[in-house]
Design a protein around this ligand. Structure first.
Ligand code: SAH
Length: 260
């Protein structure tokens, strides 16, 4: 890291990051519309279905999913604070009989082999890595089960150095859409659909929430250097998106398990 402005999220204390993001309804770019569009490609669900939402955060997308898909859903996230909010949200929406949040890690999932009908994961698979996640999670899916993941993608083969450097530092596994589809195919899935998130998933549904969280956070942590730096890094991400959105964005990938 060369200066405070381009610190990546990985450089901050987890408690601080968690608190900041817990003030937001969702912790990554997305929207109810995009969640439902991804769900529209999935045709194997019934009341008996078992769905996992990996890296669920406070459950913004999980609750949308639960209101539009049958079956039961387990949301899993590394952070207990998110899971507490997740379960409170499920309760508020009267979904607690079908939707449960548990603390755990995506690299050691508590599911049985071939137990799941659907694996959902919005803006989270990067924590384990796209290819590794696809490969390791496949065993938990029933034959013919689906996976729906969103991941940041390059839109062009080449891009300006500033945005390239940012991503090479934050997540070097970011790739172009055709390369990501090829990885899905290689990992034993049939790629079913791919679509790019509209810009509002970033602006209205993510950065606007971040701005609100920022106010709460700065009031609470006035004069706290670590908190200020975290906010600065978040603003830098927003600035980069404004400047370079034609070069990258979030993409939903929906695929079906075709290999054991
Ligand atoms: N799916 C949510 C949250 C995305 S942010 C949404 O779209 O709003 C990424 C999430 O991954 C965070 O909630 C973070 O706590 C979680 N996470 C990070 N590392 C993880 C791990 N090893 N196992 C499970 N969850 C993890």
């Amino acid at each position: 890291m060369s200066n405070e402005n381009n610190k990546s999220i990985h450089d901050f204390d987890f408690n601080l990051i968690c608190e900041f993001f817990s003030y937001m309804e969702r912790q990554g770019p997305g929207s109810p519309e995009v969640t439902l569009k991804a769900l529209s490609f999935i045709d194997n669900l019934s009341d008996k279905s078992y769905i996992a939402d990996i890296g669920c955060g406070t459950g913004g997308q999980t609750m949308v999913l639960a209101q539009h898909a049958p079956g039961s859903i387990t949301g899993l996230d590394l952070f207990p604070r998110f899971i507490d909010q997740f379960n409170a949200n499920a309760m508020k929406l009267n979904l607690q009989d079908r939707v449960h949040g548990i603390t755990g890690s995506m690299d050691d999932l508590p599911f049985q082999k071939e137990e799941l009908d659907l694996i959902w994961s919005e803006g989270a698979i990067y924590n384990i890595g796209f290819e590794r996640g696809l490969n390791e999670w496949r065993k938990y899916l029933k034959p013919g089960g689906y996976i729906a993941v969103s991941e940041s993608s390059w839109f062009t083969d080449e891009r300006p150095a500033e945005i390239n450097d940012f991503w090479m530092d934050a997540y070097p596994e970011i790739d172009t859409i055709p390369n990501q589809v090829a990885k899905i195919h290689k990992a034993g899935y049939l790629p079913v659909a791919t679509f790019i998130f509209p810009e509002t998933c970033w602006t209205e549904h993510y950065f606007a929430l971040k701005n609100k969280a920022r106010e709460i956070f700065l009031n609470k942590y006035a004069e706290n250097k670590a908190a200020e730096e975290l906010i600065t890094s978040q603003s830098y991400e927003e600035e980069l998106y404004g400047k370079y959105k034609e070069f990258y964005g979030y993409v939903f990938f929906i695929a079906k398990k075709v290999r054991q």
